[in-house]
Design a protein around this ligand. Structure first.
Ligand code: SF4
Length: 763
């Protein structure tokens, strides 16, 4: 029998700490999976869903974007994928009666964990101007309200259309189509906060903003460098691929300020041998200082250039541009400066070099640890330099592998969810639909918050996600959101963003990945694109959580019809009746999707083309792969301060909190903890178990405070601290972003510690 959600009583944040783990998954993962699944879904529904997730005729996991192999296991999911499914397929319901019992002030006082545990929202809800609680509203009235607000704007650019990475290709394509026919490119998305730096650096250097490796490549690599990524929690089934690569002789270098259990050993629950003995993963752990990655790769590149015969000169000559300027810059790299910037030893770097030189097929995988810094774009360019030097792009078993954290974040961008669309995409859209899309760039996430703050944006529409919790500078963002005239959230479950509203607000409950989607023409499926460019179908198999839900595509279609009416050049209605008609349009607008319906009907779907991988053809400004030679940057750290990175616990997926434990790091029953190196703590007078306030410092002179964190002495790199978001997003200044990509610099926040006024608070 599924359990009841936490009720009225606040959930105390009282973290207990034990020794960190040194292996991921195994029996505990099975135990936690079944416990959480049973609590949310009960036994029968647990089986119904978990035997369908990531299967070829099933639904795509609403968790991360890790691909599936062609051969599917009976249990084709990880612990955190099961948690994501359980939270969506929960039997708990949030009804109009719930909203009647919980005024906005109460919802605003609740933690994200408590809100998320209440269950699936069953009906459209409306918060009238001056109202203190949401009330049920009809879909017709909801779309009327949206149309009223949008058509009352002085400019289409006063509207913002945000997309979270769970949105399907079909819904994303329709949302960008609507926004552009409405007249704006204000299409911020969660990619702006995560891999935008990867997209910017890769588009410039290899001509396409996506990873160039397939799952098969990972299995064939002989060296895998994992930088700024914690796959054990954020992409858990990647560990199976690493185990497979290791068993074929591959070596692994992990570059991370934190020792992570999932990088040390993997106890594969799919095999008795795996479960008992497990597989050691990392061969060389480089415990680098936060923000030291560019310096590390620059020095490695110097050493490669200076090693006789180490450079793939034929590849460099035939396929690259800018080598000479890069080579000159690389030779400037300095050992002492690099050791200072990285906190590593000469021996460690020399060991890494030896492993690099012994490799013929190298892959570099990365995530937020590289993308959320001021100098992230130059850092990722340096990673590309590192791979180009030895011809490790467009070779089987080699390449770039930015690992996406949201199930369809890459697909949404491919569908046109981008505030800076390519002219070729707009040309194709105009040719296909017969209207002139706007050509001026729109707002990304940070610009959107600034526009709301400054009154330049008035209507905020979000397709999924939890905007105010996921974004930086929480107090600024929440105040900005409250300036909107209307906020609209298409959601499956409650979250903080529903409690931080504009003058009026709407919650539009939608179908989840696990729900059956039946439209006029019959049962529908949607499609997603994983981190490695595989596009495949997703079909929910459960009766929808309520008869009052609409699918994401239907919501966009009805909003478009209500807002654009007869002035629209698009036959919106057909798209709701049959999603195949959406895919027919995508096939004519988006390169690589020709014959989309036919190709996606194949079991497992199809791989999108990737010129650098497939043909060593680089569609860049020079027509070659570009070496770059940016100056090396290292975060500055004033005396008596530490550099904080915000991160996820193991019981968390983006801003969704599944539980209050972080099992691999030994944290239980609480989230307001700050991990500090024992020697740093001693110097700063921070006793283990004491409580402190975190105060961030930035050039705007504003003091941003996160109160009541329990100090945990933890083996972080010296000078580096770590704490969970969204609790510490309040510390990240809105203006502190990566150059070029404008991604919030959530991984390098300068903090000081002040005696806590009070210990912890609700979680
Ligand atoms: S690895 Fe990612 S996509 Fe796969 S089951 Fe786990 S959370 Fe879901």
């Amino acid at each position: 029998m599924a359990s009841k959600p936490p009720t009225g009583d606040p959930v105390q944040d009282a973290p207990q700490v034990e020794a960190p783990k040194h292996a991921a998954a195994g029996l505990p993962a099975i135990g936690h999976t079944l416990l959480m699944a049973q609590q949310q879904m009960g036994v029968r529904r647990t089986a119904q869903t978990l035997l369908k997730v990531n299967q070829k005729n099933g639904f795509d996991c609403p968790g991360c974007a890790w691909p599936e192999g062609d051969k599917r296991h009976t249990a084709e999911f990880c612990e955190n994928g099961a948690k994501a499914v359980a939270e969506e397929a929960t039997l708990r319901r949030v009804t109009p009666e719930f909203f009647a019992a919980h005024p906005l002030s109460d919802l605003a006082a609740r933690s994200g964990y408590w809100l998320g545990q209440q269950g699936r929202i069953t009906q459209p809800m409306y918060l009238p101007e001056g109202g203190d609680r949401y009330e049920a509203v009809t879909w017709e009235r909801a779309f009327e309200i949206i149309a009223e607000e949008l058509t009352a704007l002085d400019s289409p650019d006063e509207a913002l259309f945000y997309t979270s990475g769970r949105t399907s290709n079909e819904a994303a394509f329709l949302l960008q189509l609507f926004a552009r026919e409405f007249g704006t490119n204000n299409l911020p998305d969660c990619s702006n906060m995560c891999h935008e730096s990867s997209g910017s650096a890769l588009t410039e250097t290899i001509g396409i903003g996506k990873g160039s490796v397939s799952l098969e490549d990972l299995h064939r690599a002989d060296l895998i460098v994992i930088a700024g990524q914690n796959p054990g929690t954020n992409h858990p089934r990647m560990l199976s691929a690493l185990e497979k690569a290791k068993s074929a002789g591959a070596k692994i270098i992990s570059v991370n300020p934190l020792p992570e259990a999932g990088l040390e050993k993997f106890k594969n629950p799919q095999t008795p041998q795996g479960m008992i003995k497990g597989a050691a993963l990392t061969d060389l752990f480089l415990q680098i200082r936060i923000g030291g990655d560019q310096a590390l790769f620059r020095l490695l590149n110097k050493l490669i250039v200076e090693t006789e015969g180490a450079v793939d000169e034929l590849f460099v000559r035939e396929h690259t541009h800018g080598f000479e300027e890069f080579e000159a810059a690389a030779k400037e790299a300095d050992w002492d400066a690099t050791l200072e910037a990285t906190g590593l030893t000469r021996t460690e770097i020399e060991r890494a070099l030896a492993m690099v030189l012994a490799s013929r097929r190298t892959i570099v995988c990365w995530a937020m640890g590289l993308t959320q810094h001021k100098h992230s774009v130059p850092t990722i360019r340096e990673v590309v330099n590192f791979l180009l030097l030895r011809g490790n792009i467009g070779r089987p078993g080699a390449g770039v592998c930015p690992v996406r954290g949201h199930s369809n974040v890459q697909g949404d961008r491919t569908m046109g969810i981008f505030e800076r669309p390519a002219p070729a995409f707009l040309d194709a859209l105009e040719k296909e639909f017969g209207f002139a899309p706007p050509r001026h760039h729109g707002y990304d996430v940070v610009r959107s918050i600034e526009a709301l703050r400054d009154g330049r944006a008035k209507v905020f529409f979000a397709m999924g996600g939890n905007f105010v919790a996921a974004t930086p500078d929480t107090e600024v963002t929440e105040a900005a959101m409250r300036r909107a005239s209307l906020t609209v959230h298409v959601s499956t479950k409650l979250n903080r963003s529903h409690a931080v509203t504009g003058r009026r607000a709407l919650i539009l409950p939608t179908l989840g990945r696990t729900d059956k989607d039946v439209q006029h023409s019959g049962r529908q499926f949607v499609t997603v694109e994983d981190s490695m460019g595989m596009v495949h179908a997703s079909r929910g198999n459960l009766a929808p959580a309520s008869p009052h839900l609409l699918s994401e595509p239907a919501i966009v279609v009805r909003m478009a019809r209500a807002t654009l009416g007869a002035r629209s050049a698009v036959d919106w209605a057909e798209f709701e009746r049959d999603y195949a008609t959406v895919r027919d349009r995508i096939a004519r607008v988006v390169p690589g999707f020709e014959d989309f319906n036919a190709k996606v009907a194949r079991p497992g779907g199809f791989q999108l083309p990737h010129a650098p991988r497939d043909e060593r053809r680089f569609p860049t400004a020079t027509g070659k792969a570009n070496f770059t030679a940016a100056p090396v940057e290292v975060p500055e750290l004033p005396e008596g301060r530490l550099l904080l990175q915000t991160l996820r616990s193991h019981d968390q997926y983006n801003t969704t909190i599944y539980g209050l434990d972080d099992r691999y790091r030994g944290i239980k029953g609480g989230r307001r903890v700050v991990l500090v190196n024992p020697e740093d703590a001693r110097q700063l007078g921070l006793a283990d178990g004491s409580y402190t306030d975190l105060v961030s410092e930035w050039k705007d002179g504003v003091e941003r405070r996160a109160p009541g964190f329990r100090v945990v002495h933890y083996p972080t790199a010296r000078g580096c601290a770590a704490a969970y978001y969204p609790e510490t997003n309040v510390l990240v200044p809105l203006g502190s972003t990566a150059d070029v990509s404008n991604t919030p610099a959530s991984k390098s926040v300068v903090v000081r510690f002040e005696a806590a006024l009070a210990a912890g608070n609700e979680s």
